[in-house]
Design a protein around this ligand. Structure first.
Ligand code: MV4
Length: 506
C-alpha cells in the first residue's frame, strides 16, 4: 500500500480522505490556503503545507505548486477529492508524467467523459440509452429547428463542455430558440472556453438517479447500487437517499447492468458515477458520468458496507477489487443531509463567520462527515457546505426517524445554517411518502419556508428564555439561597422534547 498520500482538497472531503489514510496506516499530507490555516483537515493530517493565497485559483487549483509539494513531501499519490482538480484531465496527466499516482480514473477517461457530445456518442455506440438529442454540435439554426420540430417542444440547449446546469437553456417554442442557442453559446465560451452546444428533448419532472460504479486496473467493473438525488435546489443537492424510493428490483437490475456497461465502454478505473434521468413511465436515460468520488458517497457506504475511499486507495495502488458483483448487498436505507452555512430565511445566502458552538448528533445509525468545530470560522472563499449528516436504518421510515432525531440534536450557534430547512424537509408529507422529483423543491419551498421560519422563531424565543433562566440561577447562587441547576443549554430541551412539546413545557 502507499506510505504517504497528498490530499489536494479542503473541507469535509479532505477530512474524510485523511481518516481513511489513518485507518490504513498511510501518512497524510494536507495542503491549505492562507484562509484555511485553522481548518480541521490541517489539524487532522500528519503533515500540512500552505499551497498559496485564499483564492482557489492560487491554491487548491495551483497544479504546479501542488505537484511540487507532493514531490517535496515524498507523497506517492494525490487524492483530489471532489471539485477543484478532481476531473481535470490535464492535472491527471501531469501526475502521471511526474510519477505520482492520481487517485481516480486515467486522464483519457476524464477527457472523454468531460465532453458531453463525445460521452453521449460513446454511450450510444455501446447500447446505453441516452436522452433523445442531436449527436453533433449545432451549426445552423435551420438544423436546430428541424430537430426541435421532430421531437417537439420544450427542448433543452446544453453546452457540450457543461455539467451541473451551466450553459443550459430551456426552450418552450421556436420563437426563443435562436436566442437560447446564442445565450448558451456565450455562457459556455465564458465558463469553459468552448462554445459547442447541442439539443436534447426536455424530460418533464424527471427523477435524478445515479449509480455508483467502481473499476480496477484488472478489468473488473462493479456497481454499488443507486442513489436518489432528485432533492435539489438550483442544481445544488440538499438531501440524497439510497435506495431510491421509486426503484423496483427489476429496474435496479436493468439500470445496474447499463451502468456497468457504460463504465466498461471507457475501460473505467476507480470510483465513478453514472447519472440517469428517469421519467414517469420509468424509462431511464444516461445523462452524464461523474469521474470522481462524490459528495454523497457515504449513503452508498452505509447500505453496502463498502468503504469507497479505502477501495479507491487500494485500486489506485494496483490491487484488484476484492469482491464480485454478486457479493455486493444493498442493506437497509441511508439518507444524507448536506449542512450548509447558508441562511434559509434569506434565499440561502452563504453565511460565513465564527461558529460559537458546533455540537454533533451521535448514537446508533448516525454518521458525521464534518469540516467544522466550535470556534471554527467559516471562510467566505469556498463552497459553504460545512458538514454532512448521514443516517442508516433497517427501513426507510427508520432512517427518517433517526434523521429527525439527529437534526434536532445538531447544534450550530453563531452562524445561520440549513439545519432548520432540513428539519422542515424531513417532515414534509411528500418526502415522507417518497413522492418527489427534481421539481419538488421549486414547488414546496414556500410551504417549507413557513415551517422553518416558525421553528427558527420558536428556538430563538426558547434560547432567550433559557438565557433568562440561567441569569436567574446565577443570581440565586450569588445571593446564596440556591445552587445552580447545572448547565443551561438550548440544546437539551430540544433533544428531549422537540418543538411542540418544549413550547408547552415553557
Ligand atoms: C435535463 C433535464 C430534463 N431533460 N435534460 C440539470 C443539470 C444537468 N446535469 C442536467 N440537468 C437536467 N437535464 C433533459 N433532457 C432536467 C435537468 C434538471 C435536473 C437534473 C438532475 C437533477 C436536478 C435537475 C434540476 C433541474 C433540471
Amino acid at each position: 500500500m502507499f506510505k504517504k498520500v497528498l490530499i489536494a482538497n479542503r473541507g469535509e472531503i479532505a477530512v474524510r480522505v485523511i481518516r481513511a489514510c489513518r485507518d490504513l496506516g498511510i501518512k497524510s499530507v494536507a495542503i491549505y490556503s492562507e484562509a484555511d490555516r485553522n481548518s480541521l483537515h490541517v489539524q487532522l493530517a500528519d503533515f500540512a503545507y500552505c499551497a498559496g493565497p485564499a483564492p482557489s485559483s492560487e491554491s487548491y487549483l495551483n497544479q504546479r505548486r501542488i505537484l511540487d509539494l507532493a514531490i517535496a513531501s515524498g507523497a506517492e499519490a494525490i487524492h483530489p477529492g471532489y471539485g477543484f482538480l478532481s476531473e481535470n484531465s490535464k492535472f491527471a496527466k501531469e501526475c502521471e508524467k511526474s510519477g505520482i499516482v492520481f487517485i481516480g480514473p486515467r486522464s483519457d477517461a476524464l477527457q472523454l467523459m468531460g465532453d458531453k457530445l463525445t460521452s453521449r456518442k460513446t454511450m450510444m455506440d455501446n447500447g446505453v440509452p441516452v436522452v433523445p438529442g442531436t449527436d453533433k454540435a449545432i451549426t445552423s439554426l435551420d438544423d436546430a429547428k428541424k430537430f426541435a420540430a421532430q421531437y417537439g417542444y420544450p427542448i433543452l440547449v446544453k453546452a457540450s463542455a457543461g455539467g451541473g446546469g451551466k450553459g443550459m437553456r430551456l426552450v418552450e417554442s421556436e420563437k426563443s430558440l435562436a436566442s437560447a442557442i446564442e445565450g448558451a453559446r456565450r455562457e459556455s465560451e465564458k465558463a469553459f472556453g468552448n462554445s459547442d452546444v447541442y439539443l436534447e428533448k426536455y424530460l418533464e419532472e424527471p427523477h435524478h438517479i445515479e449509480f455508483q460504479i467502481f473499476g480496477d486496473s484488472h478489468g473488473n467493473i462493479v456497481h454499488l447500487y443507486e442513489r436518489e438525488c432528485s432533492m435539489q435546489r438550483r442544481h445544488q443537492k440538499v438531501l440524497e437517499e439510497s435506495p431510491s424510493p421509486i426503484m423496483t428490483g427489476e429496474l435496479r437490475k436493468k439500470m445496474g447492468d447499463v451502468a456497468v456497461r457504460a463504465a466498461k465502454a471507457v475501460n473505467y478505473t476507480n470510483a465513478g458515477t453514472i447519472e440517469f434521468l428517469v421519467d414517469k413511465q420509468r424509462n431511464f436515460y444516461f445523462l452524464e458520468m461523474n469521474t470522481r468520488l462524490q459528495v454523497e458517497h457515504p449513503i452508498t457506504e452505509l447500505v453496502t458496507d463498502i468503504d469507497i475511499v479505502k477501495l479507491q486507495l487500494a485500486v489506485a495502488h494496483g490491487e484488484a477489487i476484492p469482491f464480485s458483483q454478486s457479493a455486493i448487498k444493498q442493506l437497509g436505507h441511508a439518507i444524507e443531509c448536506r449542512i450548509y452555512a447558508e441562511d434559509p430565511e434569506n434565499d440561502f445566502l452563504p453565511c460565513p463567520g465564527l461558529i460559537k458552538e458546533f455540537s454533533l448528533p451521535s448514537g446508533p445509525g448516525i454518521r458525521n462527515d464534518e469540516a467544522a468545530y466550535s470556534g471554527y470560522e467559516v471562510p467566505i472563499h469556498y463552497d459553504p457546505m460545512i458538514a454532512k449528516l448521514s443516517c442508516w436504518g433497517e427501513s426507510r421510515m427508520a432512517a427518517i426517524g433517526t434523521m429527525q432525531r439527529a437534526l434536532n440534536e445538531y447544534t450550530i450557534l453563531g452562524i445561520k445554517s440549513s439545519l432548520p430547512f432540513h428539519r422542515a424537509l424531513v417532515r414534509h408529507p411528500k418526502f415522507l411518502k417518497g413522492d418527489y422529483t427534481t421539481n419538488f423543491l421549486n414547488e414546496a419551498l414556500p410551504e417549507l419556508s413557513s415551517e422553518f421560519q416558525a421553528e427558527i422563531k420558536d428556538r430563538d424565543f426558547e434560547e432567550a428564555l433559557l438565557v433568562a433562566a440561567g441569569i436567574e440561577a446565577f443570581r440565586k447562587e450569588a445571593i446564596g439561597r440556591e445552587r445552580p441547576q447545572g448547565r443551561v443549554s438550548a440544546r437539551r430541551v430540544w433533544i428531549q422534547t422537540g418543538r411542540q412539546e418544549s413550547l408547552r413545557r415553557l
